[in-house]
Each structure stands twice: as C-alpha cells, then as structure tokens.
Design a binder for this molecule. Structure first.
Ligand code: 2PG
Ligand code: MN
Ligand code: MN
Length: 558
C-alpha cells in the first residue's frame, strides 16, 4: 500500500501556497488551571496570553500523552520523543515502550536476531544490562528490565551485571532507593536459582551516560569508566548502600549522583565489561543512548579515550538511529516511522530551516523526521544548532539559549530563503526538570520573549505561525494527591514535581498570512499532536495525505 502512494501533494482547495510558516514548539509547556505551582501561569508571558485570547477559533488544546502519541496507556505522560515524532509524522505509531511490552509479553524478544546474537556470549561471558532505573516510562521501564532479567536467565545467562542510572527526572527525586531495592530483590531471587546476578555500577542519568546530541561526551566517559573499566570515584559493596550513602550529601539529587562501582571484599570491581561479554542497553528511547551506542559499537572512535575497547556482542533494546543503523543489533524492531511531513514537504519543494540549542536540537530534526538523522534534501534544508551551556544545571541559567534561537530564526525568516522555520524552545522543560520553581518562572518568561521575536519576524514577512508544545512540564511543578491538592510533608514543604505531566498542550495559529476564514474545526475535540502535521501542510497550501491524522483547521467564507 505504502509504495503505491504518491509523494506529490495536491494543492489545497482554499489555501494559497507561498507563505512562510513558522512552527514553534515550546518544550514542556502544558495547559493547566491557574495555580501557584503553575509556572507558566505565574510567569509574565504576554505573548502566549495574547494568543490564548484567540480561542476557540485560533487557540485550543490538543492531547500530548498516552495513546494519542502511541504510548501503552493513557497513564503514560508525554515526552519529547513521542511528541516530536507525532508532530512531524502526522500519524500515530505504537512507540518503543509499547513494542517492547508486546515483545516481552509474547516472548518473541527471545526469538529475534538480537537476542540470539547476544546469547552466544552466555556460555562463557557475562550479560551486562545498562539503562535508566525507574518506572518513568520515558526512556525505559523497570518492569521491562525485571522481565528481561528473568527471561535472559531462563534463556541461558549465567552471570549478569546490571549498570544502573538513577532517575529523579521522570520520577520523584529520592525514588532511586526504592527502585534499587526492587531490582536487588529480583537479583537475589536469581542468585537463589544459581545465577550470579549483581548490580555492578551506577550514577545519576544527567551526570553519567545519558547525555544527548553530543552536548558533553564527558558524561558518557564517566559511565564508560565505571561500566567498562570498573573505575569510579566512589566504591561500595552493594548498590543500596551506594545510593543511600551518596544521597546523604544535602545537595544530592538522583539525576546527578556521581558514578560508583561495586567492589568485592578486596576492593576489585565486580563487573567491568570484558572481551567475550554481551551488553544490552535497555532504554527503548533513542536520544540519550545513541552516544553510548557509538562508544560500544564503533571500532574507530575519538570522542574520549576508551582505554580499553572490549570485544563484546552488543544489542540495543531498540535500534536507536534508523539512518545510521545504530546499533546494528537490537532486541526489538523500532516503529517504522515513515512518510513524515518533513519528507513530504522536502519532496514538494518546501525549503525548511530548523533550529534549537544542543540539548533539544535533535528534537526538531531527528525526532521530527521519525528518528532519522540527516537531511532529506540538503539543498532545501538547513538545520542550525546553538551550543547549549555545558556543565551547569539549567536552574542556574534558566534563560538558556531561547533568545539566541529566536534571533537566528528571525534572521532565517527575514532572509526569505525558507518556506518553513521550525524551532524548539527548551526552557519550560529543561528548567522544569530541575524542580526549581523560581528558576522555571524565569525560564517561562524567556521562552515567551523568544516566541515574540519569532512572531514579530513572521509579521514582517506576511507569514503564518503555529505555536504549540510537545508535552506538559512547567505548568505543574508539585506532587499532588488524588484530589489535586499539593502533598506536603510534616514541615509543610511540598515535593517538587520534576517530571512531565499528562496535561494537554496549547496550539495557536495566526499571522498576517493566515487567510481570514481559517479557524480550528470544532469536530475534533480529542485531537492530539499527530493532527498538527496535516494542519501545517495545509498552511503551506497543500492537502495532507489521506493516511495522516486529520487537519485541525477549516476554511469558512468570511
Ligand atoms: O530529558 C529527557 O530525556 C526527557 C525526560 O526524561 O525529557 P524530554 O522528553 O522533554 O526530552
Ligand atoms: Mn520535550
Ligand atoms: Mn523533558
């Protein structure tokens, strides 16, 4: 079926071609009731406030979590990967989390090429499992790790080492202890059955291993030293003691725990990765595993000194990059996100500029294009990256590079060399993840200012804008009880919510190029992020392909 589809898009019956369309994605910017813990509400955001007044015809909310973006259930919060996939692809795909669930439930994971490949190391080598240890469901899920541990041991693994990354970002800070207990319990059961299974190393996800878009290779190196070389500044006899001790530091934070290794009575690391071993990175999400995948797989590598490059059999939970085919072995085939709007528009001559700062750069390029790196049509596309700050927590620089991104984008718009400009403004999300309310308010204001710069440029060229978001975060910064009341401890303190949320996100359209009769349809109350691609195609003057989720807009006579 797919092969017979044409790439050529039909002209829209009512909407003209040739307008510059500015697509702004505010990362981590949900819509929620006014509240003191709603940083978007508290912050001074005149630009977004003005857009909201355009509702319901030019402002509305759309779903950004759960099944609307291909996640297993409607209890799953949205995230950047699935959000930008949906925004760019215009279609809803069963995402990595769900595909892994299905492969584990059916047992097919153990019959696939990837598992058979690593299985060859089970006789004489160790199986290492590296990944994020939480039930956040954004990058990984602990229940999938638990099933994999059990399944791998039943399929021949005799010696297993788990290298954990503590979370505190998709789950509450401090929950690392509970997750380590859970896994230690499972490993003890495996040991009772004669499998030598232990946690061998660990560290906080933002400080160890899970960097992205090559922002800071030192993060990956710290992980490499602990996981592969068995070297780290902190040494403990077991992982529970490690996280408990490291958390005694008053400034400790699960996201940033320093690297540690588990050692035996004589101080020797119990699980460095050696020749002949098997390694699985058990995150299903791509962005924060690609760098480690390169270090584990590429023979020639110059990002840091690996000291030792063990001859291993390595598989990802999924293949993380469809263009680089990385890693080459994987346990579950990733969603085949095809016929994205980026590809359609490039094939129909639309010139595109995409921009963000490093920590979100791949969101408007790689994720937008269906986890595919590179250009569709280098002559028509320009992707520009603004270097992010390195090594400082985002609550210390909450304005991030919002204004710089906006100014580059303004220049791209005014150059008239592009038909579409697409940006991601990171503040609501990156600062929201720190749990620092004051800083998040500053970040939201900066994001609003950046939007204004882009909209002013759109105004100047007679263009059209679409302002939306990928999922919630900054609009709710506190852990709540079932009735929605903030939970307080005995001293009256609230627990900051560092994670994304289940809230819908706003979408606004406007600009001088928008024909007067264009408005949001009222017959799609449950529309979600996947409906945006068809909308954007319409604004470029094209009908969307019929396999896309329907457009959000209609044109009425005025
Ligand atoms: O930082 C990240 O990796 C995730 C949260 O785990 O956030 P986002 O999906 O917004 O990138
Ligand atoms: Mn995001
Ligand atoms: Mn986020």
């Amino acid at each position: 079926m797919a092969e017979t589809r044409r790439w050529e898009l039909a002209a829209h019956r009512r909407l003209e071609k040739g307008k510059v369309v500015g697509v702004v994605v505010l990362d981590g910017w949900g819509e929620a009731a006014p509240d003191t813990f709603n940083c978007i509400h508290v912050a001074d955001t005149p630009t977004l406030d003005a857009l909201k007044k355009g509702g319901p015809e030019r402002w509305r909310v759309i779903k950004a979590h759960g099944t609307a973006v291909g996640l297993p259930t409607d209890d799953d919060m949205g995230n950047s990967e699935v959000g930008h996939n949906a925004l760019g692809a215009g279609q809803i795909y069963a995402q990595g989390a769900k595909l892994v669930d299905m492969a584990l439930a059916s047992g097919k994971i153990y019959e696939g090429e990837g598992f058979k490949y690593i299985q060859q190391s089970f006789e004489n080598g160790t199986l290492h499992l590296i990944g994020l240890l939480s039930d956040g469901g954004v990058h990984s899920r602990i229940d999938q790790l638990q099933l994999l541990l059990k399944g791998a041991s039943e399929h021949g693994a005799k010696r297993i080492r788990v290298h954990i990354l503590t979370d505190g970002r998709d789950v509450l800070d401090g929950s690392s202890v509970k997750f380590v207990e859970l896994i230690e319990n499972d490993l003890a059961k495996l040991r009772d059955k004669g499998v030598d299974a232990r946690i061998a190393s660990g560290g906080g996800r933002m400080y160890v291993t899970m960097d992205r878009y090559e922002n800071d290779w030192q993060v990956v190196k710290r992980g490499w030293d602990a996981q592969v070389l068995g070297e780290a500044p902190h040494k403990f006899q077991n992982a529970l003691e490690a996280v408990k001790k490291l958390r005694e530091d008053p400034k400790a934070n699960d996201q940033y725990l320093p690297p540690f290794v588990i050692v035996d009575e004589r101080g020797r690391p119990i699980g460095p990765i050696m020749d002949g071993d098997a390694v699985v990175t058990f995150n299903f999400r791509a962005d924060r595993m690609v760098m480690l995948a390169k270090a584990l797989e590429y023979e020639s590598f110059d990002k840091f000194d690996r000291v030792r490059f063990p001859k291993i059999r390595y598989a990802g939970m999924l293949q993380y990059d469809g263009e680089l085919k990385l890693p080459s072995h994987f346990l579950v085939a990733p969603p085949e996100i095809e016929r994205t709007s980026g590809e359609y528009l490039a094939r129909n001559g639309i010139r595109t500029y995409a921009c963000s700062e490093t920590v979100k750069f791949g969101h408007v390029t790689f994720f937008w294009n269906g986890n595919r790196s590179g250009y569709f049509h280098p002559n028509l596309e320009k992707y520009e990256e603004i270097p992010s700050d390195i090594g400082i927590p985002f609550n210390e620089q909450p304005k991030m590079k919002a204004v710089e991104i906006a100014k580059k984008t303004r220049d791209a718009i005014l150059s008239r060399k592009f038909d579409q400009v697409r940006v991601n403004i990171a503040n609501g999300d990156m600062v929201g993840h720190t749990g620092d309310i004051e800083a998040t308010i500053v970040g939201c204001k900066a994001a609003d200012e950046a939007v204004k710069i882009v909209l002013d440029a759109i105004e100047q060229v007679g263009g059209i804008f679409v302002v939306t978001a990928d999922h919630g975060n900054a609009e709710d910064m506190v852990k709540r009880d079932k009735s929605g009341k903030p939970l307080r401890d005995k001293d009256g303190n609230v627990q900051p919510l560092t994670s994304h949320t289940l809230n819908p996100v706003p979408i606004a359209i406007g600009g001088p190029g928008l024909q007067p009769g264009v408005r949001f349809r009222s017959d799609l109350p449950s529309a979600g992020l996947a409906n945006v691609a068809a909308t954007v195609m319409n604004l470029h003057g094209f009908e969307a392909p019929d396999h896309y989720e329907p457009t959000l807009i209609e044109v009425v006579d005025k």
